[in-house]
Write a protein of this length. Structure first.
Length: 386
């Protein structure tokens, strides 16, 4: 259920203040140390940030999609690594459970996810199955009232910190496609589950990914999300539809931050006897960025509103993720250009954002995969399937 406007405004103000006063000053340190200080994680817990999208009956804030994206606009105003930590509990790590879990599963895990007592991760990608996630090979063989999991998951965000993994594995060994895939809730610490060393990445330092390896890991059959085999890939796609909107909103937030910083720099920096903001070629860059960020914001809000109204937004969510992630790449590129040499130097932080935003075009479906989803749905609709 939607919050009343005043409560929502208070929440947005609180998050904006937390971002400005507590997170922005730490951006450089977090990137240098490749770690978020534990006291900041505690502050995030106290603000309820781990439970934004978890229904209130399980201890979360139960935000609607339209409300959640507004929070994400605020969280996007700082290094994406901060958002990444809470993002999996609110998004891909918990939503499979929220959308398709049984009541018993929800009661058992969601309250701990909502408070951030445990951090969750979404384990779909494998060394040989990225964009073609439906071809995944991790196997889950039934053995009495357990399943035995074997396989390797790759690039799993928050794996080194996770207490709970949503794992997609093949329960039908005869299948080769998405139909034989089942989603499991797997607790870290289950014998046979191990996490590899953290990957060394281009950006988003402070957020960590790693391999998750399953070697004869025994998982109770009761931990199949929704209790039924073969539904896992459908669950994954529902989770990603929602995740695409959240990522779109974060892209808008980062773009708005970069535009604000670029404008401030252009007003301050003098060349040829005047602020560079007076030069029309610089103005063009500012105006293009502002226009694109505004278009992206509108797409996110409209799609979120439609999703809350119960419409199928598969196409629109893919359009939003595609446009927003490509948009923030262009905005970051212009931000570097407007800052000139300073834009290339670590001290100013713009180059860090330039590297950080590159990821948005790759994960939760690359830009090419969004294009395929959009075109495939267009063709389906033209044939009268919708
Ligand atoms: C930092 C980071 C965090 C991540 N976090 C997670 C996570 O938490 N959980 C998780 O499960 N995964 C995660 N991933 C994995 C991510 O979702 C995949 O990397 C992504 O889906 C792409 O898969 P791939 O890397 O195997 O690339 P590939 O699928 O090999 O793609 C390589 C290139 O080929 C293109 N391509 C592939 N197929 C087609 C096609 N049919 N038509 C046109 N072009 C195509 C792609 O667009 C891309 O340009 C993360 C990745 C990174 C880098």
């Amino acid at each position: 259920m939607a919050l009343d406007q005043e409560t929502l405004n208070q929440l947005l103000d609180t998050v904006a203040r937390f971002v400005r006063d507590r997170l922005v000053p730490l951006e450089h340190q977090v990137a240098e140390d490749d770690a978020i200080p534990p006291h900041i994680v505690d502050e995030m817990r106290n603000l309820g940030l781990f439970g934004l999208s978890i229904p209130d009956e399980y201890g979360g804030l139960g935000l609607t999609m339209a409300e959640e994206v507004q929070v994400a606009f605020e969280l996007g105003q700082t290094s994406p690594a901060f958002r990444s930590l809470i993002g999996t509990n609110n998004g891909i790590g918990s939503q499979g459970l929220v959308i398709d879990g049984t009541e018993a599963q929800k009661r058992h895990y969601l309250p701990k996810l909502a408070t951030g007592e445990i951090i969750s991760a979404f384990a779909l990608t494998e060394p040989e199955a990225g964009s073609d996630a439906g071809s995944l090979r991790t196997s889950a063989r039934r053995d009495g009232d357990h399943y035995v999991l074997n396989g390797t998951k790759r690039f799993i965000t928050n794996a080194p910190h996770a207490g709970l993994f949503t794992v997609f594995a093949r329960t039908d060994p005869a299948s080769r496609d998405a139909k034989g895939v089942t989603a499991f809730l797997v607790e870290a610490g289950t014998p046979g589950v191990s996490v590899g060393p953290a990957d060394r990445k281009m950006g988003q330092k402070g957020s960590h990914t790693a391999d998750v390896v399953f070697q004869d890991a025994r998982v109770p059959a009761a931990n199949i999300i929704g209790g039924r085999e073969g539904q896992g890939f459908r669950t994954a796609m529902k989770v990603l539809d929602r995740g695409r909107l959240h990522i779109g909103a974060v892209c808008v937030g980062v773009a708005e931050r970069l535009i604000r910083d670029s404008l401030a720099y252009a007003l301050d920096r003098q060349q040829f006897g005047q602020p560079i903001a007076e030069f029309q070629l610089v103005q063009a860059m500012l105006a293009d960025s502002r226009t694109e960020a505004y278009a992206a914001r509108c797409m996110v809000l409209e799609t979120a509103r439609q999703r809350d109204a119960g419409r199928d937004v598969g196409t629109e969510a893919a359009c939003t993720k595609l446009f927003c992630s490509e948009m923030v790449g262009r905005v970051a590129d212009r931000a570097v250009q407007i800052h000139g040499g300073a834009g290339y130097m670590a001290e100013y932080g713009v180059e860090r954002f330039y590297r950080d935003v590159r990821l948005f075009r790759i994960y939760e479906g690359t830009s090419q995969i969004q294009q395929l989803v959009i075109a495939r749905n267009m063709i389906r609709d033209a044939k009268g399937g919708r």
